[in-house]
Design a protein around this ligand. Structure first.
Ligand code: ZN
Length: 224
């Protein structure tokens, strides 16, 4: 990839494995990186402080934005304490961990924020390779929204999705290439049960993360 220097990028940043890898990817490719973390009514509020710590440790300007209305609009098990989390993907649609509109709102708000700060590059850690069944993680959605945002604000935003076509094992490999494998493994919070690092081990987010890690560690051990 060609270096995209002398520019600023705004990273949509949750403090999980994917967005943390994207944060360091952005630090490699852009002159300045700004991170924005959304409070959307998630049950595990420590996600926000984890994001803040990682961003500060990475010496990245960090902003927090409260969009709690998203969790109240569409019923899902990440914001609703009374709903039991789907541990497997149902046949007839996305699992109840899907927060309807989340990436639509996040990226739209991020774009308005970026515009106010003279930033045209947005970075998000969505991927359709290890697809959890979330329609707003797909490439077609991101491309379509990119066009919509540009038309809606008469801007030339570019939404970067460095993880779109790579799987979880390759995402671990990318963090290793970026020199942050241990940081990602120990400090990020991906677990839907709110446990930092290797997590609870049985929620869908942990399963995906651990399968990828196992696969990558096998490859890594062979090479070294
Ligand atoms: Zn978990």
């Amino acid at each position: 990839m060609k270096p995209i220097n002398k520019q600023t990028a705004l990273v949509v940043f949750s403090g999980g494995q994917d967005s943390t890898t994207c944060l360091f990817w952005a630090k490699k490719h852009f002159q300045k990186v700004v991170a924005i973390t959304f409070v959307y009514g998630q049950k595990h509020f420590q996600e926000v402080s984890v994001a803040e710590q990682i961003a500060k440790g990475a010496e990245v300007e960090w902003h927090k934005m409260d969009v709690s209305f998203i969790g109240m609009l569409g019923r899902n098990s990440l914001t609703d304490q009374t709903l039991i989390m789907d541990e497997n993907k149902p046949i007839d649609g996305p699992p109840n961990t899907f927060v309807p509109g989340r990436n639509l709102f996040f990226l739209s708000i991020a774009a308005v924020f970026a515009r106010e700060h003279g930033i045209s590059h947005l970075v998000t850690g969505v991927s359709e390779t290890d697809f959890s069944g979330y329609p707003d993680c797909r490439d077609a959605f991101i491309k379509s929204l990119n066009v919509t945002l540009n038309l809606g604000m008469d801007e030339q935003f570019v939404i970067h999705t460095p993880l779109m076509w790579i799987d979880k094992a390759q995402t671990w490999a990318l963090s290793d290439e970026l020199g942050v494998f241990d940081l990602v493994r120990e400090h990020t919070l991906t677990c839907y049960n709110g446990i930092q690092g290797d997590g609870c081990g049985h929620c869908p987010a942990c399963k995906l993360r651990q399968e990828g890690l196992k696969k990558y560690l096998k490859i890594r051990n062979k090479i070294s």
